[in-house]
Design a protein around this ligand. Structure first.
Ligand SMILES: C[S@@+](CC[C@H](N)C(=O)[O-])C[C@H]1O[C@@H](n2cnc3c(N)ncnc32)[C@H](O)[C@@H]1O
Length: 265
């Protein structure tokens, strides 16, 4: 069912992140042995600081209503508890949707519907979100959350392997999407990008989540299928003249990760 063994948003073993927060200064001495680059979320003190800083800004800028709180809480009833995007990242995706004027959003990976609700609210009453999910249990949890959030009329859940659902949309020649969010099984990222290119128009935005993976994305010799899926999609974007892209690392309550934002020229 779910091929993804790594829980991308959950803290893993407390491994030392390389030089996070370290600044080159006259008093700074590089260690004799550079720290081994390994996937992690920073040591516990770093993680606590990231969480507190997220809390500071989230308290200042964001308010999560009861429906979003429940969408996060009910993630515990899915196959990947805790794998939904962070609160500020959900708000960022909402803002990106609104800034870009997106009305039609396609999402790979629904879980309990937290990010879906962010998109559904951002596209407005006349907009629509299609979200692709493999797990029937997750889809059921998500559907209840869409009703609670009052967005069920503008959300369509397609159950099954996302690559097949996306091919179905291509075969049906559906109206192009304005924004695509890729957040399902990472080994299939290249397939999802290829489908997104078939399903979007020039000017569309494509966002890919969990591309940093605690630094593992540049770990030499990695055989982690998720890392390889991220590297391949990065290479595909770099080689595609139709796309321009930027990657943003992020640290916060969910640890150390990041996303790629690409735009179709
Ligand atoms: C990281 S979670 C999605 C989180 C969600 N986007 C959010 O932020 O609230 C990944 C989801 O992708 C789903 N998934 C994994 N492999 C899939 C596949 N081959 N096709 C469709 N969905 C898949 C998992 O069941 C899980 O619900």
């Amino acid at each position: 069912m779910n091929n993804e063994q790594h829980t991308p948003h959950s803290p893993s073993a407390a491994t030392q992140a390389p030089n996070v927060g370290a600044e080159a200064s006259p008093g700074f001495r590089a260690p004799a042995e550079p720290p081994r680059l390994s996937a992690g979320t920073g040591n516990p003190a770093q993680h606590a600081a990231w969480r507190e800083v997220d809390g500071y800004f989230n308290d200042a800028f964001l308010s999560e209503d009861a429906a979003l709180v429940e969408a996060r809480r009910s993630g515990t009833n899915t196959t990947m508890p805790g794998a939904e995007i962070a609160r500020n990242q959900g708000a960022f995706l909402s803002m990106l949707t609104q800034i870009s004027g997106a009305r039609r959003v396609l999402e790979f990976g629904t879980l309990a519907g937290y990010s879906t609700i962010c998109f559904a609210r951002a596209v407005g009453e006349r907009g629509a979100v299609t979200t692709l999910e493999l797990s029937p249990e997750n889809a059921e949890v998500a559907r209840a959350n869409f009703v609670r959030a009052g967005v069920e009329a503008r959300v369509r859940v397609l159950l099954g392997p996302a690559a097949e659902s996306a091919q179905h949309l291509i075969d049906q020649a559906v109206e192009p999407f304005d924004l695509v969010f890729i957040d399902a099984d990472k080994p299939n990222n290249p397939k999802y990008l290829a489908a997104a290119l078939e399903l979007t128009r020039p000017g569309a935005v494509i966002v890919i989540d969990n591309v940093v993976r605690g630094g593992a994305v540049i770990e030499p010799g990695s055989v982690d299928p998720a890392v390889l899926g991220v590297r391949q999609v990065v290479s595909d974007i770099a080689d595609d003249d139709r796309l321009e892209a930027v990657a943003l690392q992020a640290v916060g309550e969910k640890g150390w990760d990041g996303l790629v934002v690409a735009r179709r020229r």
